[in-house]
Design a protein around this ligand. Structure first.
Ligand code: ATP
Length: 235
């Protein structure tokens, strides 16, 4: 579904990604694990077209998206739920959702998509006229996921979806990600501070260190790896 080859990304002179290569298999949950500053967000942003790599290639669903703009990438069916939720605070819940269906391939199905989001998140339906900035953190995360679904993605990248949420809300967010994967067959890329949970959920995973991929394999294999257990699970 996604093939990344030799990706280099710089901020000025500082290199954030160095020769990153990895694959996200079709229909998988793929976890990206790494310490703070390892380059996880930079990688997600590069895939989503929000940072331009200096070299390397990104192929999504058979399309070379390396030099494409975010809007075009979204229109090919690659969605992301960015770190920090990023809803539009002074717009209503419903207006935020409708913005998610602006890409051409999603526009004609916006009415059905909205019904699907209301069915998935009844709490958003109850609050559809409320300004997004007045929602709780958990509700804003639901809204960010709902807005992404309005774009009819084939694959969704989640960057730290549980950050700052209550334990109950964290469980709810993971249950939604599982449902999207199992019931809707969606390919998922998951960057998560909660490494144990993300590796348990993942079929496939890679570890980033200082902008390099140092390991790639099955989630279960990485969970059993002594280096991963010591560095990321405190075991
Ligand atoms: P965290 O888990 O702390 O969010 P991360 O793995 O997502 O970390 P990135 O946010 O991708 O890491 O950062 C990778 C490196 O790039 C870091 O050294 C960071 O300081 C640097 N960096 C990120 N964004 C920028 C930017 N806009 N300008 C300059 N440097 C940046």
């Amino acid at each position: 579904m996604l093939e990344i080859r030799d990706l280099d990304l710089f901020y000025g002179d500082a290199q954030a990604l160095a020769g990153v290569s990895f694959t996200v298999p079709d229909g998988s949950i793929t976890a990206i694990v790494g310490a703070n500053g390892a380059g996880k967000t930079s990688l997600i942003r590069a895939i989503a077209g929000m940072e331009k790599p200096r070299s390397g290639s990104i192929v999504f669903d058979g399309h070379d998206i390396t030099a494409k703009e975010s809007f075009e990438i979204c229109d090919l069916g690659l969605g992301q739920v960015a770190e920090g939720r990023q809803v539009f605070p002074t717009m209503s819940v419903q207006d935020n959702l409708e913005l998610g269906a602006m890409v051409p391939r999603a526009r004609a199905k916006a009415v059905q998509s909205l019904d699907r989001v209301w069915e998935m998140f009844p709490r958003l339906l109850e609050r559809r006229k409320q300004l997004a900035g007045t929602l709780s953190g958990g509700e804003q995360q639901m809204l960010a996921i709902g807005r992404c679904l309005m774009g009819l993605p084939k694959m969704i990248m989640f960057d730290e979806p549980s950050l700052g949420l209550s334990p109950a809300m964290v469980q709810e967010v993971f249950a939604i990600i599982r449902r999207l994967h199992e019931a809707d067959g969606m390919t998922v890329v998951l960057v998560e501070q909660n490494v144990a949970v993300s590796l348990h959920m993942a079929d496939h995973a890679c570890v980033l260190e200082n902008g390099h991929v140092v390991m790639e394999g099955r989630g279960a294999d990485l969970l059993g790896d002594d280096g991963v257990r010591a560095a990321y699970l405190g075991l």
